[in-house]
Every structure is written in C-alpha cells, then in structure tokens.
Design a binder for this molecule. Structure first.
Ligand SMILES: *Cc1c(COP(=O)(O)O)cnc(C)c1O
Length: 393
C-alpha cells in the first residue's frame, strides 16, 4: 500500500508476513496530530497471529511422537492456524457453536487441512452433553470447548491438548510480535507513547506489550499500555482476581487470573476470539502490578471504527482487533482536542475476510450492543472455587 511504511528489513524471511504500517490516511480522516502505527498479523496463510504459537506447539508434540492433538477454537482463527501445522498429526477441533454457524469458511479451511471439526457443545463428550441437557441451543463458549477437548485428551494416552491463548508458553511465543516491533520502531526513530491491543485470552496483546514493558521497566521508554476488551465479556474491567478454572467443566488446573467465573457464557458477539471468561495469568499479574490499564468497548463502536479503518487503510479487520481500533480512534481524537502528537502503536492481529457476515449486519443496521447482565456475572462469580478447597494438579 502506497501510503504505508513497509518495514521488512529486520524481519526474518519466514516471518515476513508480520509488518508494521503507519496509518497516515486514518490520521488524516481523524484530523489528528497523533501518529498511528499498527502491527499487522493478518498476512499469514489464514490471517492472524496464531501461527506464532501453533508452529512451536505442534513441532514439540510431533517431536515427542504424539499422534493426535486436540484443541478448541472460538472464532475459528486458532483452529485454522493450528491445523496449518498439525496437518502431519491427526487432529480434532471443537469449534464454539456460535462461530461454527457464523463462520463456515474457517470450519471449511480446517477440514481442508484434514481436521475433524465438531461444534461445541457436542454430544461426543460428557462435558458437552451436560451443557446440552440444560440448554439444547447453547451457543457454546471457549470455556465449554476447552472442557470437551481436554476431556478427550485425558481419556486417550496418545492424545495431547494444545491451547491457543492464555497460558505462559503461548504468550512467550507471541512476544516475537513485540520484539520485532521494537526493532521496527527503532529503525524509523519512533517511540510509542501509547500501546493498544485487544484481549481475549491475552496472547496478541501480551505478545506486543510485554517486550515494551521490559523496556519500560528498564527505564528506556515510558509508554502507556492499554488493553481493550468487549463490553459483553469484560474479564479485566468487571471480573475478580481469583483462582479459577480455564474451562467450564473445571478440568484444567486452577489459575490465578481475572475471571468472570468459569461457567460464564458470554453473549454471542461477533468477536468470538474475545468470548473467554478469564484472562492470561501473566496479563492479570501485570495488571495487578499497575503496569497497564484497561477499558471495555461495545461492538457497535468497534465496527464503526473498523469501517473508518477499512475505508482509509484498505484492510478489513477481524472483529477482535476492531476493539483495538476503536480505542486507538478514541486516543487519536483525544489528541486532536489537546493538540498532542502522540505516537500510538496498535496490534492489528488479524483480517476479517471470513467475518463479512458481521460487516453485512453492521452495514444493514442490524448489529446491536448486547445488553450486559451484571446478574449473570454475579451468578457465575459465585461458582468460582475457593482456593484450598479443591486442589487440582
Ligand atoms: C484468537 C484471536 C484473538 C484473541 O486471542 P488473544 O489471545 O487475546 O490474542 C484476537 N484476535 C484474533 C485475530 C484472534 O485470532
């Protein structure tokens, strides 16, 4: 794109799809003195940051002689990326029902790469059957899909479970984003004042922010670090910091994290990758230490921002990074008021080519902000285990 700065000099050949752009035309549209940069992860074969962790996870499993791998996927992005590498193994994916129905093309990509894809909740597992008994039309959630995949892994000795976000090793793999970005910003003599990313489980945000937090702690730079979550699933802004399960059935080890309660089932917003009840323990810890701030934005504002972004930058974002875009636009408009020429760096973690029905809905005026129920959160928070009462391995 002619208006963008393309910086690939410091990028290794196999990672050359990870580029950084300056959003000059968006700046102009917003009439802001801020300089907006975004790190784009949508150039991978299926369009997001997920291969950064899918590749090493499947590689280690293959080298250990594992024959089957199972996983879950919320919006289909993780499933798709992961399968890209797992093609050599037998793989099964539980895709959250809402996204299985909304996003048939991601399902088809996974099947093309050789996976078995089940909608979750399914009647294949005990965890899925239990949910379906109570609600036969359950839209599912990442928490339920994880339970199903973990259940299958625990019952089969030759099968291992892989997770696409939340866990320490996933965030570690994703720091390649921030490490590259530090080099790319240095190469053009820019220092970010504000770093913004969307958080589902926290991996693209942590991947971008953590290397910058390291630089911040060493006193070299002092950016504000800001995570954006959906108003319909606000684990950081409305959840509690407690030991909780990573899945709905309570099969995972307890993790200390910001959580809405493991049996919280978020409304089926289009940003399926952000429909997770918890937050990465590492992000939760960093948040508790005060190294970052958070805000929650509802989906209509996010899609309005995505349209501005698409019409100025040419890229159609996945519904998840529209949250980062909306927060970036808020910051840029604030700069317009104050006259500050801040440098904003944003994680544009995937494209939305398979999410066009969501855009269709928005453009037809049918996309609404799903009402957010304090009561439902209260009910699920009541089911968080008391530490010490039940220990898992
Ligand atoms: C999976 C995914 C997310 C949410 O996961 P994080 O671990 O929070 O990054 C966000 N955006 C895209 C494009 C995704 O594929």
């Amino acid at each position: 794109m002619a208006q963008s700065i393309f910086l690939s000099a410091s990028v290794k050949p196999q990672l050359s799809f990870k580029v950084e752009f300056r959003a000059k035309r968006l700046e102009k549209l917003l009439d802001t003195p801020a300089r907006i940069y975004y790190k784009y992860e949508g150039g991978s074969p299926a369009g997001s940051h997920k291969p950064n962790t899918a590749v090493p996870q499947v590689w280690y499993n293959a080298h250990q002689g594992v024959k089957n791998v199972v996983t879950e996927t919320g919006a289909g992005q993780w499933g798709v990326r992961w399968l890209l590498r797992a093609a050599c193994l037998i793989s099964t994916v539980w895709q959250v029902r809402a996204s299985y129905d909304q996003k048939p093309y991601r399902k088809l990509m996974m099947q093309t790469w050789g996976a078995k894809v089940h909608p979750s909740p399914s009647n294949i597992t005990q965890a899925g059957r239990k949910i379906l008994e109570n609600d036969p039309s359950s839209p599912g959630s990442l928490g339920i899909a994880i339970s199903e995949a973990v259940e299958v892994a625990t019952k089969n000795a030759d099968t291992k479970y892989c997770l696409g976000s939340v866990l320490n090793h996933v965030l570690l793999h994703q720091t390649v984003i921030g490490e590259e970005c530090i080099k790319q910003m240095e190469a053009i003599g820019e220092t970010p004042d504000v770093i913004i990313g969307c958080t589902g489980g926290g991996s693209n945000f942590g991947g971008l922010a953590f290397p910058f937090i390291r630089e911040k702690l060493s006193g070299k730079i002092n950016p504000l670090i800001r995570a954006v979550e959906p108003a319909a699933c606000p684990s950081l802004t409305k959840g509690v910091y407690a030991y909780d399960y990573g899945d709905t059935a309570g099969m995972t080890p307890l993790m200390k994290m910001h959580t809405l309660g493991h049996d919280f089932i978020p409304d089926p917003i289009h940003a399926g990758g952000l429909r997770y009840h918890g937050m990465a323990p590492l992000i939760s810890h960093v948040y508790e230490l005060g190294f970052m701030e958070t805000l929650a934005i509802a989906q209509t504002e996010c899609f309005a921002g995505a349209i501005q972004f698409a019409r100025s930058e040419g890229l159609i974002p996945a519904p998840e990074p529209t949250h980062a875009i909306a927060a970036t636009i808020r910051e840029a408009l604030h700069c317009r008021e104050t006259g500050e020429s801040k440098v904003i760096l944003m994680a544009m973690c995937g494209h939305g080519h398979f999410d066009l029905p969501a855009y269709d809905k928005y453009l037809q005026g049918g996309l609404v902000d799903l009402s957010f129920s304090e009561e439902r959160i209260k009910a699920s928070l009541a089911n968080i285990p008391q530490p010490g009462l039940k220990q898992t391995v």
